[in-house]
Design a protein around this ligand. Structure first.
Ligand code: HAM
Length: 391
C-alpha cells in the first residue's frame, strides 16, 4: 500500500444504518438481508460495517479530506460483518484490506488501483488468479440499457428463479450475476452493458485497458461482472481464484463517481477495491504457500549468572532501541535451558554473558545457522550486531 502511496484510514466499527442503506442500496442483499443492525440507548439505528467504502466516504466528507490534497488515497484493514449463511470463504465476521482513491476521473487511477491489488497477491506468492473487468456505464447510458435488458428478459421472465424475478424491476443487471444454473442459461445471450455504453464510458473503458497493459496487469473483459453493491459507475472488476469454489472472488471493486455527492458531499469521482483476507488465506493454503510469518528474536542474550542477567536486562533495552529484536531469559532458567530456548525460538545470534565476560569487557556471539563464533568488545556490541544482522 505504501509503495503505491496509499495512507491508512481507520473508521469506527459501526455507523448509522442510513449511511449503508443510502450507499450500498436498499435493494441489495447486503442491506436487505445481511446487516447486523441494532438500536443504541438513544434509539439511533446503528449497523456493524458490512464494507468500508461508505464509511471512508462519510469520513472524507465529514473531515474535508479533499481539501488537504486533490487526490486522496487511503487504505484499510478491518473486520466487516454480514449475516450470511456461513460456509467456506463466507463468514459473518471477516476481514478486508482495501484501497480507495478519491478525487480523480482518470482511468489510470482505476488501473493503478487494480495493479495494487495484483501486486499484493504477487508479493504473497499467489498463483492462478484472474482479473476480470467490465464497465457498468453511468447515469447517461445505464437507463436505456436497463430497458433493453428488461425487454430481453421479459421473454423468459416466467422461467427465471424467484430471486431474479424479484430483481427484474429495480435491479435487472444483477440477474446477469445469478448463480442459478437455469438463470445462467437463460441470460447467456442477453445484451451486455459493455456493448451499450455512451461515448464517455467507452473511452474510459478503453483507457483503462491500455493503462492495465502498460502496468503489465493481465486481465479479461467479462460483461457479466455487475457487482452486488449499487454505487458503481463505469469500471467494475473482480479478482477470482479457481481455488475458492463457489465463493470465488478474492477481491472486488470499481469506480463510484456519484457516491460522495449522494452522501451529501461535493461531486467527487472515486475508485477502489476490497479483498477478503480469509479467502486469501484459503488460496494460500491450497497453493502450499506458508501463511505464517513468525517473529524470531534476532538475538538471544543468555545469562550465565546474576551479573550476566542484570547486564542482559539493560543491554536488551539498548538493542531494542537500535531496532534489533532480542529476547532474554524471563523465567530464571539454567544456562542449558536458555540455550535450548534460543534454539527453539530460531534466534539468529546467541550471546552468553556472565561475570567472567563482563570483567574482560567482551562477549562471544554465536551465529546459530553456521555455528561460527566471534568475540566482540561490549562497547562495540550494538554496532557489530547491526552490521551482522543487516548483511
Ligand atoms: P465486496 O465484493 O462486497 O465489495 O467484498 C470484497 C471482498 O470481500 C470479496 O471479494 C470477498 O473476498 C470478501 N468478502 C465479502 N463478503 C465476505 C464474507 N461474508 N466472508 C468472507 N469474505 C467476504 C466491497 O466490500 C466493496 N466495498 C469493494 C469496494 C471498495 N468497491 C469500491 N471500493
Amino acid at each position: 500500500m505504501h509503495a503505491f502511496n496509499y495512507k491508512e484510514i481507520r473508521t469506527p466499527v459501526f455507523e448509522e444504518t442510513a449511511l449503508f442503506a443510502r450507499s450500498i442500496g436498499e435493494l441489495t442483499d447486503i442491506v436487505g438481508k445481511e446487516m447486523y443492525t441494532f438500536q443504541d440507548r438513544s434509539e439511533t439505528s446503528l449497523t456493524l460495517k458490512p464494507e468500508m467504502t461508505a464509511s471512508v466516504i462519510r469520513a472524507y466528507i465529514q473531515h474535508n479530506l479533499g481539501e488537504l490534497q486533490p487526490l486522496t488515497k487511503v487504505y484499510y484493514l478491518s473486520p466487516m460483518f454480514r449475516q450470511e449463511r456461513p460456509q467456506a470463504g463466507r463468514l459473518r465476521q471477516f476481514h478486508q484490506f482495501g484501497a480507495e482513491a478519491i478525487g480523480g476521473n482518470s482511468a489510470i487511477i482505476d488501473a493503478e488501483n487494480i495493479a495494487l491489488a495484483v501486486a499484493i497477491y504477487k508479493r504473497v506468492g499467489v498463483k492462478d488468479y484472474s482479473v476480470k473487468i467490465n464497465s457498468v456505464g453511468c447515469e447517461k447510458c445505464r437507463p436505456a440499457y436497463k430497458e433493453k435488458l428488461k425487454s430481453y428478459l421479459n421473454n423468459v421472465f416466467e422461467k427465471l428463479s424467484s430471486e431474479s424475478r424479484n430483481r427484474f424491476e429495480q435491479n435487472p443487471l444483477r440477474i446477469l450475476d445469478s448463480k442459478d444454473e437455469t438463470d445462467k442459461a437463460l441470460t447467456k445471450d442477453a445484451p451486455l452493458i459493455k456493448d451499450n455504453l455512451c461515448q464517455e464510458c467507452t473511452s474510459h473503458f478503453n483507457e483503462l485497458q491500455s493503462a492495465l497493459t502498460r502496468l503489465h496487469v493481465g486481465y479479461s473483459v467479462d460483461g457479466t461482472i455487475v457487482r452486488g453493491l449499487d454505487y458503481y459507475t463505469k469500471t467494475a472488476f473482480e479478482i477470482v481464484s479457481g481455488d475458492l469454489g463457489s465463493q470465488d472472488a478474492l477481491a472486488g471493486g470499481g469506480r463510484y463517481d456519484l457516491l460522495t455527492e449522494q452522501l451529501g458531499g461535493k461531486q467527487t469521482p472515486a475508485v477502489g477495491f476490497a479483498a477478503g483476507i480469509e479467502r486469501l488465506l484459503i488460496v494460500m493454503e491450497k497453493q502450499g504457500i506458508d501463511t505464517h510469518d513468525p517473529v524470531h528474536p534476532q538475538v538471544f542474550l543468555a545469562s550465565a549468572d546474576e551479573h550476566g542477567k542484570q547486564w542482559a536486562i539493560q543491554k536488551s533495552l539498548e538493542l531494542r532501541q537500535a531496532g534489533i529484536a532480542c529476547e532474554i531469559d524471563l523465567l530464571g532458567r539454567s544456562l542449558k535451558a536458555q540455550m535450548r530456548e534460543a534454539d527453539r525460538q530460531h534466534a539468529t545470534v546467541v550471546i552468553v554473558v556472565g561475570e567472567q565476560e563482563l570483567k574482560q569487557e567482551q562477549v562471544t556471539l554465536k551465529q546459530m545457522s553456521s555455528g561460527e563464533q566471534l568475540t566482540v568488545k561490549t562497547v562495540d556490541l550494538t554496532s557489530t550486531l547491526q552490521k551482522l544482522l543487516s548483511s
